[in-house]
Design a protein around this ligand. Structure first.
Ligand SMILES: [Zn+2]
Length: 449
């Protein structure tokens, strides 16, 4: 390794687009990346086999020992891990390190049953901070920026994940957490935030309250939004960009794998770079479990390559997407995951048609008279599923035209998505605003046993 340039050591440069937090790793030639992945995959399988009884039993059952991993193609022979495995081994059963050697725990609340608990060694937290700093820089944040962090702090990985990443980058963090929206608006302006971290739905709620208060955040110091933790459409992206006057960047992660910073868009906004020196990404057919060729849509499966406390072998994310290894204009060599518009769990099947909430969102955001706040209510009527879309009218729209506007929405939903839905228009601020992940679906169908 030769002498490092200014950008490599993390000094702010004027050429924003050529800034990398870890240049050498982010632009590593793909053959070299593959060699690193193979070495790390062997170490991960060894870690899982030696320290986690569930992984050992499953690897033994298919006759694979860590020494059998000869190439990355052998990944396909490894058993999958699912979210239910975490629940079944609640709370610490999948940890590869004793609890008293861990630095931190996080947990996500499940809608049913026990939460999933994840653990980190000090080294895991160090890697996470690096990857989150890398992601923030990838999206356009720079050392010295003021980062307003409106992700919730606590057991949810969003708040602390963004927090330590921003510190690692060399930014100044405002640890705001979610809620107190009025105060958020005041502090963004008073402190001069350049970067806003939030869920996309909460970013929109901030924009909306600001407008009601006569504050034009589009003219504020905000330039970059790092938005994630829920699927959102490109139409929503354009809406948020216009209302907040910033570049809206999609960031991806999940606590079972690490937290935010597993993948992140660059300033090209053409897919999320998945950090392949720390994770192996596959796309599989969710029905057969077979790996799909590059470019085909399927379920994203992730294997961790450097996690000490919680190594994950072929974790089924239930997120449906495609990946590409085509070169990106930003110069990063890591593959790109196309924006995730739906998760298997969120997919609704309405009379045989698969529907993701983000598809409905994309229709709503494009229409006049309609505000981008909505909820999908699913009920069983007789033997059929019935969908009602509740959407808010823009402020100032006369209630007398709600009926006609609702029919227009129903028409577009039918012609663009192919489903029949009742549409109910309600006045602005009727649908509850979320400070974290938005609740897009209210499922009133009877639960099957
Ligand atoms: Zn790129």
């Amino acid at each position: 390794m030769g002498a490092m340039t200014m950008a490599e050591v993390g000094i702010r440069t004027d050429a924003r687009s050529s800034y990398y937090f870890q240049r050498e790793l982010e632009t590593m030639p793909r053959e070299k990346l593959a060699a690193l992945q193979l070495e790390r995959l062997r170490a991960t399988v060894t870690n899982a086999h030696e320290h986690v009884p569930m992984h050992r039993a499953r690897l033994d059952a298919v006759g694979i020992s860590p020494g059998d991993i000869a190439s990355l193609a052998d990944l396909e022979r490894l058993p999958f891990t699912r979210k239910t495995d975490l629940r079944d081994h609640y709370p610490f059963g999948l940890f590869a390190r004793p609890r008293d050697t861990l630095a931190r725990l996080h947990a996500s609340s499940g809608t049913t049953g026990k939460p999933t608990v994840v653990g980190y060694t000090a080294a895991d937290l160090d890697t996470w901070a690096d990857l989150m700093a890398r992601s923030l820089a990838c999206g356009g944040a720079r050392p010295g920026d003021l980062v307003h962090n409106a992700y919730g702090y606590g057991l949810f990985t969003g708040g602390l994940g963004a927090h330590y990443g921003a510190e690692r980058l060399g930014a100044t963090v405002v640890p705001m957490s979610g809620g107190s929206t009025e105060r958020q608006i005041a502090l963004i302006q008073d402190f001069g935030a350049r970067v806003l971290c939030a869920t996309p739905s909460y970013a929109l709620a901030i924009a909306e309250l600001a407008e009601q208060q006569g504050v034009d955040l589009a003219r504020s110091t905000l330039e970059v939004g790092m938005f994630g933790a829920e699927p959102w459409s490109d139409a929503m992206r354009r809406e948020i960009e216009a209302r907040l006057g910033l570049k809206a960047i999609d960031i991806y992660g999940l606590s079972e794998i690490m937290g935010p910073g597993v993948a992140c868009e660059c300033e090209c906004q053409s897919g999320l770079h998945g950090w392949e020196d720390h994770f192996l990404f596959e796309v599989i057919d969710p029905e057969t479990g077979r790996a799909l060729p590059e470019g085909q849509p399927g379920e994203l499966v992730i294997t961790t390559l450097t996690k000490e406390a919680l190594p994950m072998l072929r974790y089924r994310t239930r997120d449906i997407t495609r990946v590409t290894t085509a070169p990106c204009d930003c110069g990063r060599t890591h593959l790109r995951i196309l924006r995730i518009t739906g998760r298997n769990d969120d997919m609704l099947i309405i009379r045989g048609v698969n529907v993701y909430p983000s598809q409905v969102e994309a229709v709503l955001v494009g229409l006049p008279n309609i505000a981008p706040h909505y909820q999908l209510v699913v009920e069983r009527r007789g033997s059929l599923d019935h969908l009602t879309i509740e959407a808010e009218a823009q402020p100032g729209v006369d209630a007398a035209v709600y009926g006609a506007a609702a029919r227009e929405v129903a028409h577009h939903v039918k012609s663009l998505i192919g489903i029949t839905a009742d549409v109910r228009l309600v006045p602005i601020s009727t649908i509850e605003r979320s400070i974290g992940k938005a609740k897009r679906v209210v499922d009133k169908r009877p639960k099957e046993a």
